[in-house]
Design a protein around this ligand. Structure first.
Ligand code: GDP
Length: 323
C-alpha cells in the first residue's frame, strides 16, 4: 500500500485501505458513464486475491448489466483498496446538500468534457470543494470527440481554479484523459492504455486516505437519510472516529446538544451499487445505520458513554444563486 505523505497531528492515523471521493461534473459531461465503467472494472485489478474474489460476487450482476443511474453511494474496488464514490448534486440550488455531501470525502474528481470545457454548473460545486480544502484531480473526458480541444479546455480549467482562489497545492492538480464510454484513462495522451488503471492509480496515490483520531470514541455524522422497508429509517454518513458494531449501544447528539440513547439494529456498507449488511465498520467508512428512528441530518451518532458531537454542518439553506 502506498502511504500519502501528509503531516499529521500526533494522534491522527490513516485509514489506508479507503478513499472517499465525489465526482463533480456538468450534466452530460459523462459522470454516469465513467462510474459505470469504474464498476465494470472494479475488482479486476488484483493485489489481494481474496478480496477480489469476494467483491466480484457482489458486483458481478451490475458489471454484466451496466448501469444507467448514478447511485447516491457507489463503492468500487481497486487492488486492496475500496473507493467510495458519493454523488453530489451539480447545482447551486442544492447548496446545503452539496456541502454535506462533500463532508464525506477527502478529494474530488472534476470531470470536464473535452469539447465543451468547464460549465457554470460545475463552478459552484468546485468552489465548495476548494473551500473545503479537498484534493482535486482533473479528468478531461470524451477525448475521442472530433471537436475535442483538449489544451484549450485545460487552460480554461486552470483559469477557473485561479478564479476560485484555489491554493497552490490545489492548482497543482494532476490531469487524466479519459474516454469514459470505452473505459479508458490515460496519464499521457500518447499512452496506449486500454483500461481505467491510470485513473484508479491516481485516486489511490493522490487523494488522501481518511484520517482519524486513534484515541477518540465513535463519531458518525448523519449526512443523509434513507428508508428500508424492513429496518426503517437509515442514517447515512461517514464514521469520522472510532468504530461501530451491529447491536451496539450508541448515543445520538441532537443539534441542540441533547443526547438520546439507542442501539444499532443493523449496519450496512456499500459494495458496487448495493447496500450490504456488515457486522462492524470503522473510521473512514461510509455506512448506513438502522435502528435509530428519532434522528435527522446534521446529528452525530456517538459513543454511548462519552458522546461528543462533530462540528455542525449546514442543514438547510435557501435557494441561492452565487454563480
Ligand atoms: P452525465 O449526465 O454526466 O451522467 O453524463 P452521461 O454519463 O449520461 O453521458 C452523457 C452522454 O455522453 C451520453 O450520451 C454518453 O454516451 C456520452 N459519453 C460519455 N462518455 C463519453 C466519451 O468518452 N466519449 C463520447 N464521445 N461520448 C461519451
Amino acid at each position: 500500500m502506498q502511504l500519502n505523505q501528509k503531516v499529521l497531528e500526533t494522534n491522527k492515523v490513516f485509514r489506508e485501505d479507503i478513499r472517499n471521493i465525489a465526482i463533480i461534473a456538468h450534466v452530460d459531461h459523462g459522470k454516469t458513464t465513467l462510474v459505470d465503467a469504474m464498476l465494470k472494472q472494479s475488482g479486476l485489478f488484483r493485489e489481494n486475491e481474496e478480496i477480489a474474489e469476494r467483491v466480484m460476487d457482489n458486483i458481478d450482476l451490475e458489471r454484466e448489466r451496466g448501469i444507467t443511474i448514478m447511485a447516491k453511494n457507489t463503492a468500487v474496488r481497486y487492488k486492496g483498496y475500496k473507493i467510495n464514490i458519493v454523488d453530489t448534486p451539480g447545482h447551486a440550488d442544492f447548496g446545503g446538500e452539496v456541502e454535506r455531501t462533500l463532508k464525506m470525502v477527502d478529494g474530488v474528481i472534476l470531470l470536464v468534457d473535452a469539447a465543451e470545457g468547464p460549465m457554470p454548473q460545475t463552478r459552484f460545486v468546485l468552489k465548495k470543494a476548494l473551500e473545503s480544502n479537498l484534493t482535486p484531480i482533473v479528468v478531461i473526458n470524451k477525448i475521442d470527440r472530433p471537436d475535442a480541444r483538449i489544451q484549450e479546455v485545460i487552460n480554461e480549467v486552470y483559469d477557473l481554479f485561479i478564479d476560485l482562489d484555489a491554493t497552490e497545492d490545489q492548482l497543482d492538480f494532476p490531469i487524466l484523459y479519459t474516454i469514459g464510454r470505452d473505459g479508458i484513462a490515460k496519464e499521457d495522451l500518447n499512452d496506449d492504455s486500454k483500461d481505467l488503471k491510470p485513473l484508479f492509480e491516481k485516486i489511490i496515490q493522490y487523494i488522501p486516505a481518511p484520517t482519524y483520531d486513534k484515541d477518540a470514541g465513535l463519531q458518525f455524522l448523519i449526512t443523509s437519510l434513507d428508508y428500508d422497508n424492513f429496518v426503517g429509517r437509515l442514517a447515512i454518513g461517514r464514521i469520522f472516529n472510532g468504530s461501530v458494531k451491529q447491536n451496539q449501544q450508541v448515543a445520538v447528539v441532537k443539534r441542540d446538544g441533547t443526547v438520546i440513547k439507542g442501539s444499532v439494529r443493523a449496519l450496512y456498507t456499500y459494495e458496487g451499487l448495493k447496500r450490504i449488511e456488515t457486522k462492524e465498520a470503522k473510521a473512514g467508512d461510509i455506512v448506513a445505520i438502522a435502528g435509530l428512528d428519532d434522528i435527522t441530518i446534521g446529528e452525530t451518532i456517538a459513543d454511548a458513554e462519552n458522546p461528543v458531537a462533530l462540528p455542525p454542518i449546514t442543514v438547510e439553506e435557501p435557494t441561492i444563486s452565487m454563480i
